[in-house]
Design a binder for this molecule. Structure first.
Ligand code: MGD
Ligand code: MGD
Ligand code: SF4
Ligand code: SF4
Ligand code: SF4
Ligand code: MO
Length: 899
């Protein structure tokens, strides 16, 4: 601690503090303009100058550190005069069309000028002519840059380089002048800019803005704190609302995002909410004509209830099924599974995790005793030595996690990327293992072979906390680096180096995603990730663990809430007698003791005549499930289908009843993000139309089906969830609204959550090392279908396209499907970038535009699954994993022909 004097007051401050920080901590305000805490401290605006005894010149408070005994003055006539002169200098170069400026009312320059009584500059500045030469850049659909309002504070540059870690917007020169080179001109698509808008969010003036800021003034809006509806990173933001219309998104300081947002969170979180073509009224189809007619809610509810109950009567409870929506809230999902269990009388309920991370839920429960991400995002991306990223493309799929990984790499963390494609992060990786799709298990066994043979494992941890070591050792001894290199098409030495790098690192998380799970050996792939971490004792510790990045905003919650055919809320097993009795008592009905079918089993069962009625809340299997032809057949086989969604999806066209639901912005609730963090969503607007929240619709349906379900608010539903779910026991709206950010397990009231799991010992008691033999994917290339097709996602679109396709800006940036091929294959086929290619598998043929390059290896291709013009699930393989019944989206065999 040091003793200093500020404005005559003696203050104790910690060594290393800047004058600005020391003053702030002691209640003294110093004006700033270019300064951004922890991000920008270049001291160029000179607003934060202070007088320090013994110094002739004025010192910038933001980048001068305190010294013991310093005597500082933050306000004086001299300082006021100086600050006024600085403001005048800025104004002398500034385009003062404040009345029409989007930043009017929130401009920091305007605020300071008001504060210091500066109205205009004394003369025109020297930059004015420079600015006339610089173009106003506004080709990017979301962001524009007006050089005539730029004060060269560099905040935008610092945030892009140090926080978004993209390094796209740069500082340049024109003659003697510094300029900002912003990537928002006509060539914006060819820059590395991700349109995340983090730069615009920190611009103090109207120079760099989100274009939609022009539509409102700061004093006209209210801001509603909520959670992003796209990926499971769980970024926090405010919906900015003017006259009951959402006009913007502003980032908030959530524990997963720390004010960052990605392009979808910032720019595409409300267009779909306010889209013209939202479903607004309940619809019933006349099967004889195929036409839908608008009906009242009363009719829709009573008709739906009657039809489901007739089917139950005729074919039994297990002829019904109900899927919950991982986009909707915990409370909504809880009610769906409660309806399925209490009214349908079956456990055949599921959610999109089945096609996504069900292998993680099953695999990690088997090996560690809990199927969730073990460590928080911040913990595994800050201050770790090595990150091993397997089958995960976070720069596109979890961009705010991707930004934090880029930041870690920048700070010196080593990165191992295991992915068959070149992804953005593989360029920054120390090691990129570009393995053949479908060979993760062999890869992991090879890694463990090296770890054991070179004795890099944690004997102490294994002795205390592990079972199955000998069996695993026996199995992996077969997987020599030579053999694995041959199976995976990789370099043997690289494998050895990766094993050493991971095993010897002190802090090294494994982060993985669908490249591991979406295989017919997905569960074994997941258990192999767990095996590697367990063998090295990297479980239950800071900066380590096994970390599946979950997909949808609330898919973690949907699993937690019991939208699973085997589990009640909180992973309590349906075939456990005691558990069942507990739920029978709470819900007042007798419950079906048999596990139900998994979602991917429901469709074949429908074709086989076993499933007759299906309720689908917010899923679009016509687009998102593999082998669309079998989905069509299944949908056509059933007697009654209900779809509850925001839009007329491809699946909804097959429904008998369509129920219009409210989106995340129109209701209260909670989402649980990938880190098990339970966060609030809040109602921001009320739209015209008869849409209702999922929960309200379900409560009506339950009553109409004869179950007395009292009407409950989301808050009351959470109380019921907490009562019945040990891991959510301490969760309540009271504590969430008081600012708590809880990560389950939260086993007691007043518990503050559990950031890191398996501390002390694995939840299972002992971790299981599961010996997984490598098995080939179900469909391999052959003479007729010589290429492997892998599928996945891109930054600008989201899953089945229903939400992001309604954002014009995203469609401008990336609007059609494509297929990536290796340039050597393309040469052989005579295909160039931009040519149309027919892509055929044993299940069908689609067309896509070729993108030729080096991203995929020879013999391999890749397609995004979002786009309706190349509906890739027409041709993917519905082969399922043995344990989790997850489909093999990541490998099928195709042939390519130039069109
Ligand atoms: N922009 C955007 N973000 C999203 C989504 C979206 O649609 N768009 N969807 C959300 C959802 S639901 C999910 S589940 C997540 C998914 O997020 P990710 O799993 O990260 O996304 P994918 O692109 O499906 O696949 C990830 C990587 O797996 C690699 N891969 C393919 N086969 C193999 C293999 O055999 N082994 C290995 N090691 N890697 C392989 C692919 O090359 C790809 O780079 O994203 C979420 N976030
Ligand atoms: N080829 C291939 N196919 C894949 C994948 C792949 O990697 N490759 N990935 C798979 C994965 S991981 C996933 S998660 C699935 C995703 O597949 P889906 O779950 O089918 O797709 P989504 O687009 O996420 O959205 C589902 C629907 O929810 C609706 N919705 C949004 N909010 C709400 C709400 O609050 N209430 C209600 N009732 N509805 C709402 C949307 O309008 C949308 O129609 O796709 C899978 N399909
Ligand atoms: S939008 Fe994002 S990536 Fe583009 S310049 Fe701004 S901060 Fe950088
Ligand atoms: S564009 Fe804005 S943030 Fe960037 S240097 Fe100019 S004034 Fe500062
Ligand atoms: S990273 Fe995910 S949660 Fe965060 S803003 Fe982007 S889409 Fe939303
Ligand atoms: Mo997913």
């Amino acid at each position: 601690m040091m003793k200093i004097t500020i404005n005559g007051k003696t203050c104790q401050v910690e060594k290393g503090r800047t004058i600005l920080e020391a003053a702030g901590e002691n209640g003294f305000h110093i004006p700033t303009l270019c300064y951004l805490k922890g991000i920008n401290g270049i001291g160029s605006c000179r607003m934060c100058v202070v007088e320090v005894e013994g110094y002739e010149r004025l010192l910038a408070a933001c980048n001068t550190r305190v010294r013991d005994g310093m005597v500082i003055t933050t306000e004086s006539p001299k300082l006021t005069d100086y600050r006024k002169r600085m403001l005048k200098l800025l104004l002398s170069n500034h385009n003062l069309d404040c009345m029409s400026c989007a930043s009017n009312g929130k401009c920091e320059l305007q605020k300071l000028c008001n504060e210091y009584g500066v109205e205009r500059a004394d003369q025109e500045g020297s930059r004015v002519n420079i600015e006339k030469k610089l173009p106003y850049l506004d080709a990017n659909p979301y962001i524009s840059y007006d050089p005539s309002k730029c004060i060269h504070c560099q905040r935008c540059i610092s945030i892009c380089h140090r926080i978004a870690c993209n390094g796209t917007i740069r500082s340049g020169r024109l003659g003697n002048y510094h300029i900002v080179e912003a990537p928002f001109g006509e060539d914006y698509k060819s820059t590395s800019c991700e349109s995340c808008g983090n730069c615009a969010s920190v611009c103090p003036t109207g120079a760099l803005i989100l274009k939609r800021e022009k539509e409102y003034r700061e004093w006209e809006v209210k801001k509603v704190l909520t959670t992003c509806p796209h990926c499971a990173t769980g970024c926090q933001f405010y919906l900015v609302v003017k006259d009951n219309k959402i006009v913007n998104v502003e980032s908030a300081d959530g524990l997963a995002n720390h004010k960052r947002l990605c392009v979808k969170g910032r720019n595409a979180s409300f267009d779909f909410v306010q889209a013209e073509d939202r479903l607004k009224k309940p619809l019933i189809k006349d099967r004889s004509t195929g036409e839908f007619r608008e009906v009242s809610w009363d009719e829709a509810i009573s008709y739906t209830a009657k039809r489901f109950m007739e089917i139950k009567e005729k074919y039994g409870s297990d002829s019904l099924a109900g899927f919950a929506c991982s986009r909707s809230s915990n409370e909504d999902v809880y009610m769906v599974q409660k309806m399925v269990r209490c009214c349908f009388g079956t456990n055949t309920t599921d959610n999109c995790a089945r096609v996504c991370h069900s292998a993680s839920v099953t695999g990690l429960a088997k090996t560690l005793g809990s199927g969730a991400m073990t460590n928080p995002i911040h913990d595994i991306t800050h201050d770790v030595d090595v990150i091993m990223l397997v089958g995960s493309n976070p720069e596109e799929a979890h961009p705010v996690v991707g930004m934090q990984i880029r930041q870690a790499v920048k700070r010196g963390t080593k990165l191992i990327v295991v992915d068959p494609r070149e992804i953005g992060l593989s360029k920054q990786a120390d090691i990129h293992i570009k393995l053949r799709p479908g060979t993760n298990v062999a890869f992991a066994n090879g890694m463990m072979n090296v770890m054991i043979n070179e004795d890099l494992i944690d004997h102490d941890y294994i002795d205390k906390n592990v079972e199955g070591f000998e069996e695993l050792k026996k199995l992996v001894m077969d997987y020599t680096p030579e053999k694995v290199a041959e199976i995976c098409h990789i370099d043997e030495d690289m494998l050895i180096e990766a094993a050493r790098m991971y095993a010897t690192a002190k802090k090294a998380p494994i982060i993985y995603c669908l490249g591991v799970t979406e295989h017919s050996t997905g569960t074994e792939g997941v258990m192999s990730m767990s095996n590697m971490a367990v063998l090295c004792g990297k479980i239950g510790r800071e900066g380590c663990g096994v970390n599946p990045l979950r997909g949808q905003n609330n898919v973690q919650g949907a699993c937690d809430m019991g939208a699973m055919s085997t589990d009640y809320p909180g992973y309590q097993k349906v075939d456990n007698e005691q558990v069942r009795q507990k739920f029978e008592k709470a819900w007042g009905v007798s419950l079906n003791p048999n596990p139900g079918l998994r979602a991917t089993e429901v469709f074949p069962a429908a074709i086989g005549g076993k499933i007759k009625g299906l309720y689908i809340c917010g899923e679009d299997p016509m687009v998102s499930d593999p082998d669309t032809t079998h989905i069509i057949k299944a949908l056509e086989s059933m007697e009654f289908i209900v779809v509850q969604d925001l839009f007329m999806t491809k699946t909804a066209r097959y429904a008998d009843v369509i129920l219009p639901a409210k989106s995340f912005a129109e209701k209260e609730g909670t989402f649980t993000n990938t880190e098990r963090r339970i966060q609030r969503i809040r109602k921001a607007i009320t739209l015209d139309g008869e849409m209702r929240s999922d929960t309200d619709i379900i409560i009506d349906l339950m009553n109409a089906m004869g179950y007395k379900q009292p009407y409950l608010t989301p808050k009351q539903i959470m109380d019921e969830i907490a009562e019945l779910t040990p891991s959510y026991h301490g969760v309540s709206y009271e504590c969430l609204d008081a600012g708590e950010s809880l990560q389950w397990p939260c086993p007691e009231k007043d518990h503050h959550g559990t950031p890191i799991m398996h501390v002390g010992h694995p939840a299972r008691g002992k971790a299981l090392l599961y010996p997984a033999e490598f098995k080939e994917a179900k469909e391999l290339p052959d003479e007729e279908y010589p290429f492997i097709l892998t599928t996945g996602r891109i930054l600008y679109h989201y899953n089945a396209f229903s939400m992001t396709s309604r954002s014009k800006g995203l469609m401008d940036i990336e609007g059609e499907g494509y297929i990536e091929l290796n340039y050597k294959d393309a040469d052989r086929l005579g295909v160039k970038s931009g040519d149309m290619v027919a892509v055929s598998s044993r299940r069908g043929t689609i067309e896509a535009k070729a993108r030729v390059g080096r991203k995929v290896s020879q013999g391999e291709t890749w397609m995004p699954f979002h786009f309706p013009d190349s509906p890739v699930n027409m041709i993917t393989n519905a082969a399922l994993d043995e344990y989790a019944r997850i489909p093999e989206y990541k490998v099928c065999a195709v042939k390519l022909e130039k069109r």
